[in-house]
Design a binder for this molecule. Sequence first.
Ligand SMILES: Nc1ncnc2c1ncn2[C@@H]1O[C@H](COP(=O)(O)OP(=O)(O)O)[C@@H](O)[C@H]1O
Ligand SMILES: [Mg+2]
Length: 214
Amino acid sequence: MTNLHVKNLSHEFDYPLFNDINFSLQKGQSLAIVGVSGCGKSTLLHICSTLLKPEKGEVFYKEKSIYKQNSRSLLEIRRLDFGIIFQSHYLFKGFNAKENVQLANILSKTKFDKELLERLGVLHVLDQSIGSLSGGQQQRISIARVLSKKPKIIFADEPTGNLDGQTAREVMDVLFDYIKTNNASLMLVTHDRDLARKCHKAYELKSLALKELN
Ligand SMILES: Nc1ncnc2c1ncn2[C@@H]1O[C@H](COP(=O)(O)OP(=O)(O)O)[C@@H](O)[C@H]1O
Ligand SMILES: [Mg+2]
């Protein structure tokens, strides 16, 4: 079943980024977009994840065009159904690692998932302040926050960009497992072609269009 459907999207800032692109993302599946820096990958991810209205085209979630809904419904989708992992993570510096995850649990009415934190390799740093964690540990705590709310679709923009190879693979395994177990979907933006090929579908954004990655 389709979880997200993108129809005839076009967008430009100083120069055109993409023109009339289409794709769909099924439940339980992952889709990757690669492309050179500045080609518009993050912009496309923002458009798909409720953060930016496209100049042309539509994004359908649950068969409804998301930008045709009022701002309250859009906010609700973003808050409850979508999980967005950014290149640079946003954590609350005034709280320790555990409190950061618990805050996400409170907002989404979910239980603290010790096993998830163990799998992400951050169980032993939960009592530490955010400032004392390495960049990679902070990224993993922020991924734990996103997964804690049990999103139906995860949008991840270079989620493993600041992790070493081994940790990056472990984190990606957690994300792939999550979508499989929860029948959720993953839209991944990455410059790593090998990682992209591990997704069910992989495209390259090039010359304003999406081409199947080979
Ligand atoms: N909010 C914005 N306002 C103006 N230009 C932007 C904005 N966001 C991105 N851009 C420009 O759009 C182009 C594509 O950016 P981006 O989507 O971040 O590319 P990528 O993620 O592939 O590196 C860049 O030239 C960037 O400067
Ligand atoms: Mg980007």
